[in-house]
Design a protein around this ligand. Sequence first.
Ligand SMILES: *[C@@H]1O[C@H](CO)[C@@H](O)[C@H](O)[C@H]1NC(C)=O
Length: 425
Amino acid sequence: MKELFLYYYWHIKLLAISFLALVFLIKIVVLLWCRPRRIEHHFSRQGIRGPPYRFFIGNVKEIVEMMLKASSQPMPFSHNILPRVLSFYHHWKKIYGATFLVWFGPTVRLTVSDPDLIREIFTSKSELYEKVEAHPLVKQLEGDGLLSLKGEKWARHRKIITPTFHMENLKLLVPVVAKSVIDMLEQWSAMTNSDEVEIEVSEWFQTLTEDVITRTAFGSSYEDGKAIFQLQAQQMVLAAVAFRRVLIPDTLILYSELENQRVVVAFSSFHLHAESCYGVQLTMILNESLRLYPPTIATIRRSKVDVELGGYKVPSGTEILIPILALHHDQSIWGNDANEFNPARFSGGVARAAKHHVAFIPFGLGVRTCIGQNLAILQAKLTLAILLQRFSFRLAPSYQHAPTVLMLLYPQYGAPIIFQHLSNP
Ligand SMILES: *[C@@H]1O[C@H](CO)[C@@H](O)[C@H](O)[C@H]1NC(C)=O
């Protein structure tokens, strides 16, 4: 009797285990195979295709291979950086068109680079889309900052810190930022023998920005209370990251190129102009740098419900990849010289520079634009303006043009620039 019971007991236990294993297996197959196939089918019926999904890994293997290959190869000094920096997009766009499906593992992303559709996602129908949670690792780096907050929590935080970034308030920071810049340049001067010095600007600007943050954030902490101070500091850091990693090195590289080639005479005699005069020109140069080298090369949104986007039916939960870099380099929007550095295209503002006003989005668009953008631009302009009064500069011979991307776009082998004292300021 007892033996019989034991026999059945083991039998039932074994059955239960295999049943659970089966359910688990089916779940995996559905999630990693059937669902992706269904999504592929859903889109291909609407004419949207893409590289075929592979079990579990999707297209990750090809993407990584393409990126490694691109970043290991040298490139000429050209602003046509899309093939190097967003190689997978550049490659598949040629095969499947600008709107295609790409699989980051079992997660699908729909690429969208049509300015009309981008406007829909960011502004006119923004309530249907949400920011995608950053990768846990990235989130740890960012902290619980504005970049990753959603919904109500985001609105509350944004409301507290927005006044800090109004132009009037930022103007108060001008002397503080200027002081940091001048201190830095004085250190450079001390390093010159003859009257030239080679500077790896990306490193120096990192230190500069940390200096500015320390001064500005701590300067206001006494009045504003601790909570606000912490939020501010966080945002300063965000603005700073964009600023130091990209804005300034790239602007200087581009500017040096101008100096080297003497292409645009008006710009090369900058330091002769009154400050008010080159304010506008500086903005044009900065905008053109941000167009060719946007710090954030792509951004992702996710549909919260089933949506219709440009006539396509996009199911709820689909991630949409917006390749900002590709938009900024699009010849159909910017003209045949889209890959050339031509600040003058901004002489009539953004509206005149491009065929579509949503073609220029270095800081995003709509309610979630980068809150630190004014600060970043202020810092960039001031740095350039003060630099130009004291130094002329050119690219160092060792400079190797190799824009690449980690979290943000940055010069892979740094940005060495030779500065020369202007004899009589
Ligand atoms: C530069 O770009 C900003 C948007 O980021 C815009 O507000 C500004 O008007 C632009 N300036 C010029 C001169 O194009």
